[in-house]
Design a protein around this ligand. Structure first.
Ligand code: CS2
Length: 505
């Protein structure tokens, strides 16, 4: 049997006809983009578009220099470096077709913990024209209810006091923009690729708050000169598992230490506002629009919220993956009811988009049996996600008198999940959340004070004072604690009769 080949630049010609490798000359690529937060999603999305762009147009000015801000990014740096920054993107279609690409758009990687000044210099270099971000919802350091920048954070305090050796993204952006301004260079664009509505505006507000505290004059310059385009990003990208590495080795005879697997669907809708030029990503499928608002709201309130609905209810039920949950007819019906009755009524019209077809396509994408998207990934950092994905929908429906019951049961399930950390059958759940301890403590108080969980003010704000919401929540949470049979509660919420268990004698 043919030996496997290690993935690196030199071996590209050996990888075989079933793997698409970069045909452009990577030694000629300059890094016009510095990207902070190189995980699976960046590699299946922006890096994929940019690789396709270089392939198609031959414009080699937009290579990517990855940056990791966390200690834990050592592994990504080491893996990518050993592979000449190449990796495999394995695209799995629902019918079993697999496309295997080697992506060549990342050409360097830096760790800020090793040398923060080198990262600042790189961002301040004249070749750098865009700094893009996937730092997760939690990385923006805003208060979920007030939307204000949170200054009361040890890393922020450190960054304010140490402008040349920051830890957080805003410290780096400020330092690099300061350098560019003194060097008389045009600023880079700051391009958020996270699932936050108005992600560009949010990034700008947070950066201005931080920079304003450190250097008000610089903040005024940033406000006038730096563009922060809003964007909607979309591609379902599960966490890489040892099975993916094995798949690559067995099916394609390639030894790659950290491939990415993703679905075929890919979307990027971007506002066309850039400070210093941009790649022609529209030539490879991205859409440039004047205002991204309706697209991003639709995506976050249907896709991301839909994931959370399946993730939390499914975890308690004992489902493992999104495709597993959505192939369960009760979960599919519940998801659709949530989308139709609660999420859709508070969405804006999106010109040229048929919402019914969009929802159908989401259910189809979720059902892709070859994408094993673990519920643990979906539920990861729920405290940063749910205020934007789901709680905003509850708030808007409370204001208009719309239905809230489907989403409310999900909040009750989140309480039970945070308290017990178990599925209804007692299987331990893998919970990862910055606020895990706080969520657990509040949820544990439920038996004495049924609204205890809702008193986490940074997540729920004043919702605990809304009687329509609290009455429904209390009923759901009490029922769940009496008997965590989530299926029965889902059926009840749907207005369906639970199946009759006949006792034939
Ligand atoms: C997921 C997203 O994090 C989540 O909860 O909903 O990562 C989702 O898979 C992507 O936004 C898809 O574009």
């Amino acid at each position: 049997m043919k030996q496997s080949t290690a993935l690196n630049q030199k071996n590209l010609p050996l990888l075989g006809e079933h793997t698409r490798v970069p045909s452009y000359d990577r030694s000629k690529v300059t890094a016009g983009i510095v990207h902070i937060g190189v995980g699976g999603f960046h590699r299946s999305h922006e890096a994929w578009y940019t690789n396709a762009l270089m392939e198609q147009t031959g414009d080699l000015n937009w290579g990517i220099c990855g940056v990791g801000l966390r200690e834990s990014d050592h592994k990504m740096r080491d893996v990518l470096k050993a592979q000449d920054y190449l990796y495999n993107l394995i695209v799995k279609h629902p019918d079993g077709t697999v496309e295997n690409h080697v992506i060549g758009s990342i050409v360097d990687f830096m760790l800020s913990v090793e040398n923060p000044m080198a990262v600042i210099d790189r961002m301040a270099h004249e070749d750098t024209r865009i700094v893009s971000l996937t730092i997760t919802e939690g990385g923006y350091n805003f208060h979920p209810v007030t939307g204000e920048f949170v200054f009361d954070n040890p890393d922020v305090k450190h960054d304010l006091a140490n402008p040349d050796s920051p830890r957080l993204v805003f410290g780096f952006l400020t330092a690099a923009l300061r350098k560019r301004r003194s060097a008389g260079l045009p600023p880079f664009t700051v391009q958020s690729c996270d699932n936050i509505q108005h992600n560009g505006d949010m990034t700008r507000d947070m950066l201005l708050a931080f920079a304003g505290r450190q250097d008000p004059e610089l903040a005024a310059w940033i406000e006038q000169n730096v563009c922060f385009p809003n964007a909607m990003v979309d591609r379902i990208t599960p966490v890489t598992t040892p099975k993916d590495i094995e798949f690559l080795r067995k099916e394609f005879r390639i030894r790659g230490a950290w491939p990415v697997t993703c679905e075929p669907f890919c979307q990027w809708v971007i506002e066309d506002r850039f400070s210093n030029g941009r790649p022609a990503w529209e030539t490879v499928g991205a859409q440039f629009v004047p205002d991204v608002t309706p697209y991003e709201k639709m995506k976050i309130r249907l896709l991301n919220a839909g994931h959370s609905v399946l993730g939390l209810l499914g975890s308690i039920h004992g489902h493992q993956t999104i495709d597993g949950a959505v192939s369960d007819p009760l979960f599919a019906k519940y998801l659709r009811a949530f989308m139709d009755k609660e999420a859709t009524p508070v969405l804006d019209e999106v010109e040229g988009i048929d919402l019914e077809a969009y929802k159908d396509s989401l259910i189809e994408r979720f059902g892709n049996p070859n994408i094993k998207d673990n519920l643990a990934r979906i539920c990861l950092e729920s405290s940063a996600k749910l205020p934007k994905f789901l709680i905003s929908t509850i708030r808007e429906n409370l204001a208009t008198g719309g239905s809230i019951k489907f989403a409310t049961l999900v909040i009750a399930a989140w309480c039970y999940y945070s308290d017990k950390g178990l599925s209804r059958h007692g299987v331990e759940l893998d919970i990862v959340d910055e606020m895990k301890d706080e969520l657990h403590l509040a949820a544990m108080g439920t038996e004495d004070d049924v609204l205890s969980f809702l008193r986490i003010e940074p997540i729920f704000g004043d919702l605990v004072e809304n009687p329509r919401f609290t009455t429904l929540y209390a009923e759901s949470v009490e029922a769940l604690y009496r008997d965590p049979d989530i299926e029965r509660l889902m059926q009840k919420t749907l207005g369906d009769k639970p199946p009759v268990h006949s006792t034939l004698s």
